[in-house]
Every structure is written in structure tokens, then in C-alpha cells.
Design a protein around this ligand. Structure first.
Ligand code: AHR
Length: 511
């Protein structure tokens, strides 16, 4: 009898131990037979609005500045963004786009009219940075321009003229005007947004009304262009449904989605001085992107099973309170390891859904919201988010390797999130890259990676982490956080063991 109880006790203990063992094991497994696709480089796009010091003081200092520049654009910024492989840049907004009249920004700078930037701090916009400045800058950056057209307060004619001005090679009123302003060859702009946040700052429209406007505007936009409809605010699935149902596929190349990782719109919290609870909520919001993409994509699949229309997440990122003493309308915030966690996790989501998500734009490139660059006078700082973008650039235009992932939980109180996220791809040279993120604020995570039929001879990698989640790169300590060589992975043919430090991003290279 005693022996029987002993057996039962040992059995229960064994079961408990094995459950614990299973819980402690993160696994990532390649799925060699799953359908795959290219990870569009445009997933790694950025956004530059006439907002605070993004354009003025960020990108553009003017050609009389003592800061080294090319036609007024900072040379250090151009070099950094080229190094990060910026694939596209969205401009001039945002909310600003639906107040912007592009003809104000062409011709001699001293003759350009001023307007008031009513969305962002009521500052006077002198239009010294306009169409030529932006499109020539994109050429310097090696990035494709993405122009956001004014639907809210502009006309069909105005937007049709902008397309002709930038894209028409023959003789026409608009191409003649372009030549008169010093540019002979058209820029051939492919990406066009038809308004921005039409449900909000773009005109407070109902989707039914916007659909008709969209159909009308795009009818008059000529040439080989990629037309992107103003999309849903986060989980407004009805917006996507109404657009997909009522816009003919022949007029629709992309449909946008905006989602910010914000704790609470009324209590966004400090960008640096945050608690673990606030960190957890930010990450919950960031990981919600996976649900959003799945649900919006499922609606799109109903009307477009061939997935011709792209889901374009053209605004995403963390949004916190502005830094103390800065203009509340300028949205200037610091960038910590929390932002690196948001960036790494979100980009893994986009990679894994790259069948539908074929373009995205982090908000915003310089000095606004989750920036990759901060500037102050001569100084330029690269943020932790910059380094994540740079590390992940290996995925651009590579072939996605579908994976299965089993992750431990990162728990806070009685809430939990998956601690580990991952995505993998093979580039055109046959090199495999795996990006891994551990969002757990305290625990390292051990992962077993099974690459199935793929076996490798060498492994290397880099890691981005720091002593504290709240750490950042400041104007006085710009190199506080930088990627370093990663030594925490071992390889045995098709099995890789990795130990990810708490709150870290790792990119592995396998040959
Ligand atoms: O990125 C800042 C603002 O957020 C954009 O102008 C607007 O589109 C969104 O609401």
C-alpha cells in the first residue's frame, strides 16, 4: 500500500517537473513546407511630417547652415539613414498633409507663401522645404518617396496636378512648371496616399463618404502609381470592411492602418521614467499589432483572396508624454530600450505577415515620437530603435522562413505576454538571419532553434541590450546603447541553442 502511494507521489512529482521543464523551454522551429514569400523591403519604411523638429532642424537645416549639408539636408543624417537602409519615406504628413498645398512649396524660396501649422503647435510654416527638397533628398537617401495627398482640404485637380508635376516626362503645364523650377527629369513617384486619417484629422469622415472621395480622387491620378487608401484607426475593422467592399481593386493598391503603442491617450506616461507596469502595457499594445494585422487581413482576404492589395501600416510606434520643457505640439520624446522592444517585436510581426503587410512606416524619423535619430544643434544621436532597424535590415527583400514558436510567458501581476518573438529569412546569397526578441524585464530566455532540413556550418550575431530598460542614448552619452557581438548562441548542425538576456534584441546570421 505504502509503495503504491510512493509510486503515485513520484508520478505526480515527475509530471510537475516535466510541466515545468516544458514551460521553461522556448522553441523556434522552421517550417520548410509552409508557403513563403519575399519580405518587402518597404516594411522598413519611415515617416517625416512637418511636425516639430522632424523636417526643420531634423532633416533640413538650410544651405547656409554651418552644419555640413547637401542642399540644406544634414549630411550626417543622410549617411546614417543610408547605412540603416531606409527603403522609403512618407511625407509631408500625417495630419499636416490634409492642410498642405504643394504649390506653396515650389519656386524661389523667398517668394513662397507662409501658412500656419494648425495641427502642430500653430507655428508658421515658411514652406522652405517643399516638393523638390523632399524628392531630391529621397534620391540622396536611396529611399523611395511616399507622398501623402491632401484630400481633406485640397481638390482633385490639385492632387492630379501634383502627380503630373512629379511624374510626367512629356510636355504639359505641370511638367513645364517643374522644368522652370530646375528639374528636367520627372522623379517618378510610385507611392501615393489619398488623404490621411480620413476618420479623424483628415476630415472626420464616415468610411462610406471617404470611399466615394477616394474613387473620385484616384480616377484623376494618372500613370503607374501605387494608390494607398487612408486606413483604419487600430481596431476599426468596419473601416477596412467598407473600403474593401466598395473600392474596386483596380483603384486600390494599398490600404493603410495606424496603430500606436500608447498606454492611455490621457495618461501616456514618461518616455524615460516609466514603471514596469507601464512597460508591460506598452508591450501589450505593441504585440496587439499581431491581432490587428490578422483581423484586418482576414477582412481583406474576403474581398481579395489573391492578396493584391497591400496592408500598409504607415504609422506605428510608441507614443509617450513629450520631454519636460519642450513644446507639447512638437511630440519630442526620448527613446529607451523599451522602444527597442517595441521595434523588434513589431518588425517580427510584420515579417511573419509579409504576405499581406508589404509596407510600413515608423512614426517618425527624426525628433518626433519613436525616432531613429535625435538632433540638437550639431549633435546627432542614433537611438536604440535605429539600431534595431539597422540590425533587421538583413531581412529586406529576403525570403521569409515560416516558423513555429513556443514561448514562455512574461508575467506582470496576473497578466501575461509571450516573452519571445522571432522571425527568419534567407537572403539572395543564401545566408539565413533570425531575429529574436526577449521582452521579459527580468528573466533571460533559453531557446532551442530547430532549423529542420537546413543545417549550417557557422553562426554569428549581434545583440542590443543594456543594464536598465530605461537606458537611452543622450546628447551627452550618444553611444550608451549600441549593438555588440553576441556570444550566447551555439550551433550543432540544425539545432541552435540561444540564451537571450532580459529585454534584448538579437539577430543571428547562419551560413
Ligand atoms: O504621427 C503623428 C500624428 O499621428 C500624425 O500626424 C497623424 O496621422 C496621427 O494621428
Amino acid at each position: 500500500m505504502k509503495k503504491k502511494y510512493q509510486y503515485i507521489r513520484t508520478g505526480i512529482l515527475g509530471l510537475l517537473l516535466s510541466t515545468q521543464a516544458i514551460q521553461a523551454q522556448n522553441t523556434v522551429t522552421f517550417k520548410p513546407d509552409a508557403p513563403t514569400q519575399t519580405i518587402n523591403r518597404n516594411i522598413y519604411g519611415h515617416f517625416a511630417e512637418h511636425l516639430g523638429n522632424c523636417i526643420y532642424g531634423g532633416f533640413y537645416v538650410g544651405d547656409t547652415s554651418h552644419i555640413p549639408n547637401t542642399n540644406g539636408v544634414r549630411k550626417d543624417v543622410i549617411a546614417a539613414l543610408r547605412k540603416m537602409k531606409i527603403p522609403n519615406l512618407r511625407w509631408p504628413g500625417g495630419c499636416f498633409a490634409d492642410t498642405y498645398h504643394w504649390k506653396d512649396g515650389i519656386g524661389p524660396k523667398d517668394k513662397r507663401p507662409t501658412i500656419v501649422n494648425t495641427w502642430w503647435g500653430n507655428v508658421t510654416e515658411n514652406n522652405s522645404f517643399g516638393t523638390h527638397d523632399f524628392l531630391n533628398m529621397c534620391e540622396e537617401l536611396g529611399a523611395e518617396p511616399y507622398l501623402s495627398g491632401n484630400v481633406g482640404s485640397g481638390t482633385v485637380q490639385e492632387l492630379a496636378d501634383w502627380v503630373q508635376y512629379t511624374n510626367f516626362g512629356g510636355k504639359s503645364p505641370m511638367s513645364d512648371l517643374r522644368r522652370q523650377n530646375g528639374r528636367d527629369e520627372p522623379w517618378k513617384v510610385r507611392f501615393w496616399g489619398i488623404g490621411n486619417e480620413a476618420w479623424g484629422c483628415g476630415g472626420n469622415m464616415r468610411p462610406e463618404y471617404y470611399v466615394d472621395l477616394y474613387r473620385k480622387f484616384t480616377t484623376f491620378m494618372q500613370g503607374h502609381i501605387f494608390r494607398i487608401a487612408s486606413g483604419a484607426n487600430s481596431s476599426d475593422y468596419n473601416w477596412t470592411e467598407v473600403l474593401m467592399k466598395n473600392i474596386p481593386g483596380s483603384l486600390l493598391d494599398g490600404i493603410a492602418l495606424h496603430h500606436y503603442s500608447v498606454i492611455d491617450w490621457n495618461r501616456k506616461g514618461d518616455a524615460v521614467d516609466f514603471t514596469e507596469e507601464q512597460y508591460f502595457t506598452t508591450m501589450k499594445q505593441a504585440l496587439f499589432m499581431d491581432t490587428l494585422v490578422r483581423k484586418h487581413a482576414a477582412i481583406m482576404d474576403k474581398y481579395d483572396p489573391a492578396k493584391k492589395t497591400a496592408l500598409v501600416v504607415d504609422e506605428w510606434g510608441g507614443w509617450y508624454n513629450v520631454e519636460g520643457g519642450t513644446n507639447p505640439g512638437f511630440l519630442f520624446q526620448q527613446n529607451t530600450m523599451r522602444d527597442a522592444m517595441v521595434a523588434g517585436s513589431t518588425l517580427n510581426i510584420f515579417n511573419n505577415h509579409s504576405d499581406r503587410v508589404r509596407m510600413a512606416n515608423l512614426a517618425q524619423a527624426i525628433n518626433v515620437l519613436q525616432s531613429v535619430i535625435l538632433t540638437k544643434g550639431d549633435i546627432m544621436v542614433l537611438t536604440p530603435t535605429y539600431y534595431v532597424m539597422e540590425m533587421y535590415s538583413v531581412h529586406q527583400d529576403a525570403t521569409l522562413i515560416p516558423i513555429d514558436i513556443h514561448s514562455n510567458d512574461y508575467t506582470f501581476g496576473n497578466q501575461k505576454l509571450s516573452a519571445v518573438s522571432a522571425s527568419a529569412s534567407k537572403d539572395k546569397n543564401g545566408v539565413t538571419h533570425i531575429s529574436l526578441v526577449n521582452i521579459d524585464a527580468h528573466k533571460a530566455q533559453e531557446i532551442t532553434l530547430d532549423t529542420r532540413s537546413e543545417s549550417y556550418k557557422s553562426i554569428s550575431g549581434s545583440v542590443l541590450t543594456s543594464a536598465k530598460l530605461q537606458d537611452y542614448n543622450s546628447f551627452t552619452k550618444p553611444d550608451n546603447i549600441k549593438p555588440v557581438d553576441f556570444k550566447g548562441a551555439t550551433l550543432k548542425k540544425n539545432t541552435i541553442s540561444v540564451k537571450l538576456p532580459p529585454f534584448s534584441v538579437v539577430v543571428l546570421e547562419l551560413k
